[in-house]
Design a protein around this ligand. Structure first.
Ligand SMILES: Nc1nc2c(ncn2[C@@H]2O[C@H](COP(=O)(O)OP(=O)(O)OP(=O)(O)O)[C@@H](O)[C@H]2O)c(=O)[nH]1
Ligand SMILES: [Mg+2]
Length: 235
């Protein structure tokens, strides 16, 4: 009898479809060298990368996170800042995007002055007003070299209805908490975006839930590459 009931519960659970993870696509854009690769790596791998090179086309990073008991997959599109490495890809960046992270470098006034052009690019690709956008000033560990004040950045963020975060992909997270000059944690920034997205419609559900930090497997990457027929890709 006991055997029968355990058999039927087994049959029941195996007939259930595997749980699916909702996938959200977030693009990270800004001038070359502002630290997009370092920020996305920091969030997904939990540390500052040993070495980076200019991104060609796009690099994908993914992480499964849990919000209010639901596992969701955040798919970060680490885009190329250099025009020559992005021009053939731009239309793919903006397709079915759920949120946009604009990045500038607090030690580079030029990267801050470029922000209107990045916003304009979003507009040209018909990004809806409902798509959440956030502004991130990176490299706050180099405060002594800062060229962009928090006040100026905050004015810009307010004018464009975006929250502003100042951070460092390099800072050991966890230091200087609570201090007025402490920078936001990279993790907290992306979690804020994920919270905003949770109530939105995600990408098509396709993968079972589970796992911790994951990066697209080569097969998945190649599948996407094949779909788009683009050679300007780096794994
Ligand atoms: N001090 C400091 N350096 C950083 C930080 N983030 C990135 N860097 C450095 O800035 C340089 C550029 O970083 P990347 O992350 O490659 O810049 P990117 O925005 O991805 O550049 P593209 O791929 O060309 O668009 C590298 O030398 C990094 O080590 C940071 O928070 N602090
Ligand atoms: Mg890069």
């Amino acid at each position: 009898m006991a055997e029968e009931s355990s058999l039927s519960s087994l049959e029941f659970s195996s007939s259930l479809p595997p749980p699916r993870t909702r996938i959200f696509k977030i693009i990270v854009i800004g001038d070359s060298g502002v630290g997009k690769t370092c920020l996305t790596y920091r969030f997904c791998a939990g540390r500052f990368p040993d070495k980076t090179e200019a991104t060609i086309g796009v690099d994908f990073r993914e992480k499964v996170i849990e919000i209010d008991g639901e596992k969701i997959k955040v798919q970060l599109w680490d885009t190329a800042g250099q025009e020559r490495f992005r021009k053939s890809m731009v239309q793919h960046y903006y397709r079915n995007v759920h949120a946009v992270v604009f990045v500038y470098d607090v030690t580079s006034a030029a990267s801050f002055r470029s922000l209107p052009a990045w916003i304009e690019e979003c507009r040209q690709h018909a990004l809806g007003q409902e798509v959440p956008r956030i502004l991130v000033g990176n490299k706050c560990d180099l405060r002594h070299l800062a060229q962009v004040s928090t006040e100026l950045a905050q004015q810009f963020a307010d004018a464009h209805s975006m929250p502003l975060f100042e951070t460092s992909a390099k800072n050991p997270q966890g230091g200087k908490e609570g201090g007025r000059n402490s920078s936001d944690h990279v993790e907290a920034i992306f979690m804020t975006v994920a919270h905003k997205l949770k109530s939105q419609k995600p990408l098509v559900l396709s993968q079972p839930a589970g796992g911790n930090t994951v990066t697209l497997s080569r097969n998945e990457e190649e599948e996407q590459r094949g779909n788009w027929g683009c050679s300007c890709w780096r794994s």
